[in-house]
Design a protein around this ligand. Structure first.
Ligand SMILES: Cc1ncc(COP(=O)(O)O)c(C=O)c1O
Length: 394
């Protein structure tokens, strides 16, 4: 890849490897393994395999490698490891680097599965996890003690859309030598500058904007070559959370159109947030790029764009109104993914965040009336009309 290429060129050509046939569209190497010319070659490859030498698909595969190089080039990361899902990336990044006795400081506003990994799994293995309000720098400063090994947060939280200041939190973490791991799903690879802003490790659920068309689960861990190849790769290749070649092909094709899709979706999200402000059935319209959001300045500085493709609506009538509203949708669908071409609405309190206690949900702003909307590629006028007619029904 040419270092001078702009993001859209990287997203189309980065990482491409052509076979002897010179195919235009990337080949899917749908094979579990690779044949060696001699026993000596097999031995040498197990000792140290070169960039274009593969052993077994759990360790690596040409199609998967194309995806890893393409997304790493886009993010400005030295290297990447592709995983079977976003959660394999989150859990793999954390467990590959942590050991019993380590201290992790994490934002408390997290996707339900991320919270489960930090709160239930890591603590079972003797990792000490401390949670803070991710928007409060004083809490980060107090919690990041000299023995802190890692800092973890979602740069925009799911579903209350709180924005964490990557630059400021990374500076605090680096003062004590802690590694900063950022789940960057809501910021998207299109608007993200997380590595330039100080993050050491950036994690994506590729299921979201990278595929963007609801076809496959996937994830990726991005960071320095040293971290990816020496810490993440040995853990992932032996524990089995690698991405399949077929999924990597879907994600490669997704990356080619991601910039156009995500910019269009974010522009519609901003329009929706503007059209719905002050609606009588809504207590709040939350969109990080709207002037009414408490962190709009940080959003603009951090993302350099409108604020992602997701907004959240808090219905005045609680869960009953939220359900009536959802059941009246005619264009958007009720589901739980995000970043998709189809607009998707979710009721977090009864689905993605159902496992949390009422107090936890309250602390995270997940009210009974809160609905998360992932804005798709439909015409924004049709979406606004659909939301307004559904609000009438609420
Ligand atoms: C912030 C965040 N992190 C991680 C994930 C997990 O991704 P996956 O479903 O691909 O495992 C999600 C999924 O919704 C998410 O919203």
């Amino acid at each position: 890849m040419n270092d001078k290429w702009k993001p859209r060129t990287r997203a189309v050509h980065g990482g491409t490897r052509r076979s002897q046939y010179g195919e235009v569209s990337e080949a899917i190497y749908l094979t579990q393994g690779f044949v060696y010319e001699a026993a000596e070659q097999a031995e040498a490859r197990f000792i140290q395999s070169g960039d274009d030498e593969f052993i077994y698909a759990r360790y690596g595969n040409p199609t998967v490698r194309m995806f890893e190089e393409r997304i790493a080039g886009l993010e400005g990361a030295e290297d990447g490891f592709a995983t079977a899902s976003g959660m394999a990336a989150v859990s793999g990044a954390l467990t590959s680097m942590l050991k019993a006795g380590d201290r992790v400081v994490s934002a408390r506003a997290l996707f339900g599965s991320c919270l489960y990994v930090l709160e239930d799994i890591l603590s079972r293995f003797g990792v000490d996890v401390v949670f803070v309000d991710g928007t409060d720098l004083a809490q980060w400063e107090a919690a990041i003690t000299p023995d802190t090994r890692a800092v973890f947060f979602e740069s925009i939280s799911n579903p209350a859309l709180e924005v964490v200041d990557i630059e400021a939190v990374s500076a605090l973490a680096h003062k004590v030598g802690a590694t900063v791991l950022v789940d960057n799903v809501f910021s998207t690879p299109v608007f993200s500058n997380a590595i330039a802003q100080g993050a050491d490790v950036v994690i994506y659920s590729a299921t979201k904007h990278i595929d963007g068309q609801g076809r496959a689960l996937g994830g990726v861990i991005l960071g320095t070559r040293e971290f990816i190849r020496k810490t993440v790769e040995p853990y992932m290749k032996h524990t089995g959370g690698s991405m399949s070649p077929f999924t990597a092909w879907i994600m490669l094709k997704g990356l080619e159109t991601m910039e156009l899709r995500v910019r269009a979706q974010a522009a519609s999200a901003l329009k929706l947030s503007e059209a719905l402000q002050g609606h009588e059935k809504l207590v709040r319209v939350i969109y990080p790029g709207h002037p009414s959001h408490a962190q709009v300045e940080l959003t603009r500085r951090q993302l350099g764009g409108p604020g992602g493709t997701v907004l959240s609506l808090d219905l005045a009538g609680g869960q009953a109104a939220a359900f009536r509203f959802l059941n009246a949708l005619q264009v958007a669908v009720i589901s739980n993914n995000l970043g998709d071409a189809k607009s998707i609405l979710t009721h977090p309190a009864t689905t993605t965040h159902q496992r949390l206690s009422e107090e936890q949900r309250h602390a995270l702003g997940i009210t009974p009336g809160l609905v998360r909307m992932s804005v798709g590629l439909e015409d924004s006028e049709d979406l606004i009309a659909d939301i307004l007619q559904s609000l009438d029904a609420a």
